[in-house]
Structure formats: structure tokens, C-alpha cells
Design a protein around this ligand. Sequence first.
Ligand code: BES
Ligand code: MN
Ligand code: MN
Length: 461
Amino acid sequence: MNYIQKYIEENKDRFITELIELLKIPSISADPAYSDHVLNCADAVSEAMRNAGANNVEICKTNGYPIVYGEKIIDANLPTVLIYGHYDVQPADPLELWDSGPFEPVIKKTEIHPEGAIFARGACDDKGQFYMHLKAFELMMNTETLPCNVKFMIEGEEEVGSQNLEEFVKENKERLECDAILISDTGIIANDTPSITTGLKGLSYIEVEVTGPNRDLHSGLYGGAVANPINILCEMIAKMKDENNHITIPGFYDNVIELSVKEREDIARAPFCIEDYKKALDLKDIHGEKGYSTMERTGIRPTLDVNGIWGGYIGEGAKTVIASKAYAKISMRLVPNQKDEEITRLFSDYFKAIAPTSVRVKVTPHHGGEPYISPTDIPAYIAASKAMETTYGKKPVPVRSGGSIPIVALFEKELGVKSILLGFGLDSDAIHSPNEHYGIFNYLKGIETIPYFFTNYAKDH
Ligand code: BES
Ligand code: MN
Ligand code: MN
């Protein structure tokens, strides 16, 4: 057992109970009713940062929820690593689908996590993951092995689009100056198949409203004679894809970069079993854009999905009615070279163009974000890859994710620094869903892997 494993072995119970305490705070950024809890969570994070050994810990005010900053500068000649994470979490509903309270963490064993997993909202996304960095930092401080300067920036608005982080980054360029950015807010393929995320998708998120008659109508007296906004909205959404599941918005694919044969071969080499995939989701068959594999559909192809749709009568029993309005929330995940503002405009133009004259439509853009690609030949990637190889005994596979962390592209633009997405969650950890959890194995493995990143990076950067 080396000094890293020894420190973890001696402190792991405390590592787990500390995380459990943090998970008890319902820091839901989307719901104003939880604002006191979000602020309390920022306090708890700053406390944990200070206890781990960081200096100049500050709860930085923004126009929204604060950003917790802290640092340990040991030598101006050494490289500096900026750690980013988020302490806010997604709303927990629907509550009735949770087997235990979302903010009453419990440890349970599962098939995939025989050593146990902590069940709570935010366990994996992202409290459990950014907390690994505080504990790995504590480990390096207490064993006097910290080989780089470290800066921490843990924000509280990631799940609502990081709207105020942009300004913070622009105004704090000097304070945030660094050589590499390290983020654990993604996943690995499996606990015996480490991987590093090399791509994140961009995002355009839009709400649409379709209005038919000026009031809800009797569906017998008026049915068949006026536009039913729900029917029309369904038709319009259906028109957004053709029979090959290709998105029909004019210009949508114009800037999409087609991958080379070699790049697509690399993607196909990542371990993936379609039968397991279907089984895990209880699906008889998969579905997607013609001509692309599942990994390509999620990793390299832009997508369009309705996230929610409502209107009309959804109460008990039957009510014969033609609603006046229908609504939908629609997201498009974007790939390199697609600009979210442009895609939002293309969507909006198309949506208005295909609306029949019998209805009125309104398009309201929500937050967006640009995609991100991480090269695999830069020192920070190589340091991360070797770190995982040491702790997992296997070289990690580079994987492009379908998820988005819009701020990562902004870091590149404003700070000129690439981010390494060294996440440890599993797709099956149910982030954003009921019964979110994070494996104890994953948590401790992350704490073990991070110090190797630092030593590797200090040696070769
Ligand atoms: N940590 C996730 C993103 C993620 C998860 C990326 C797993 C790759 C693998 C992040 O907290 C998230 O949920 N992002 C949102 C976008 C945001 C603007 C709300 C997303 O991807 O939907
Ligand atoms: Mn996250
Ligand atoms: Mn999330």
C-alpha cells in the first residue's frame, strides 16, 4: 500500500460522512424556494475548502448564487491547476419515484455497485465529484506531496446555465490564470473500463407556444372546424425530423464537421454492447439518425428532443375540450462548429415558417452553450490518462459525451486554457433522475486518481 492508498484507507469513513453531510443540503438552483439552502451550501463548501488546506477562500457574490473560490499557491514557478465543479443540484421531483429521501443520503449496495453507493440528489452530479478534489487536495497537503499550485472554483448555477459565471470569469482572468483546468462532472464507461470525456455538446434550449382560438372550446361544437393547437404542435414537432431521423431545419447541419473514417473507427473501438444498452433501458429496439451508430448518435451528431409538452385537459376523467394553447420545451444538442445562437435562430425561423395560418406561435429561447472538444495529445490529457492507467490498471478510452457543460467552451475562450474532463460517474448513476447515486468505489477511486494527475502534470507540462 502506498501513501495515497494508506491515507484513503485511514480516512475513507470520514470522507464518506463528510460528503453525506453536504448531500443533506437541498441546493436546488432552479427553484427560488430553496435559495437559503443554496447559500448555506456555498458556506459549507467554503468551510470544507478551508479545512482541506486552501488559502484565500472566498464566497464570491454574483448576480445569482455565489462562486466559492480558494487556492493554494506554493511556488510561482510550478504549474497551476484550476479545479471547477458545481455545488448546485437539479430539482428532485418526481419525489414519489425516490426509494429514499433525495436529501436523506443512504448507502445501498446495487448490482453495479457491490461496494455500495450513496443515494441522494447531487451524489454524482456534482457534489460527490467535486468533493473528491477537496479530499485529494487534503491528502496531498497532509502528506506534503502537493506538486502544483491549485485553484478551486465551485459554482452554484451550473444546472441553470451558469449565467453569472461568464461575468465572473471575465472579471477575474488574473485570479483564474492557470495552466490546466481539471473537472470531474462527467462519467466513465464502467468501473472496469476507465474513460476520459473528450467532447461535450453545445445546447440550444427553446420554449414554444402555439395559440389557436382565444379560449378553450367545446370539442364537439368546434372540433374539426378550428385548429387544435395541440394537434398542430405535434405536427410541427413531427416535421422537425424526416424518415431517417435527420433534422429538417434548413441550415441545421451546415457547419457540422463530418468525422474522418479513422475518427469513426476510434469511436467504434470503445467498448459498447448494444444488447446491454437495450436491456438496461428495457427497450426492444434503439432509435436514431440513419447511418450512425449509437455511440456516434450520442457523441458526434447533433440532436433535437422535446423535453416536455403540455396543454389542454390532463386531470381526472375526460373533459371534451379544444385548448386555446399548447406548449413544448425543446432542446438541441450541438456539435463542434455549430453556434448555439445561430441554431436558435434557425429553429425559430423554421418553426414560424411551418406554422399554419390557423395558429399563432411564440418562440422563447432559454439558455444555450457551445460544444467543446479536448485534444488527447496535450500534457494535461496525458497526465490524466496515465493517472487512470495507474489506478485502474488500464489505459482510459477517450469518449465524446452527449452531455453539456457550456462553461467549458467559455473557459477556453476567456482563459485560453483547455479543460480535462476527468469524471468518475456511471451513466447508470441516474443523474437528474430519481434515485441518483454515486458508487463508493468511484468516489474513492477518484480521490486516489487525482493526486497522480498532479504528480504526472508537474513532471510533464
Ligand atoms: N454534469 C452534467 C453534464 C454531463 C453529465 C456531461 C454526464 C457529461 C456526462 C451537467 O451538470 C449538466 O447536467 N449539464 C446540463 C446542461 C446545463 C446547461 C443545464 C445538461 O447536459 O443537460
Ligand atoms: Mn454536473
Ligand atoms: Mn447536471
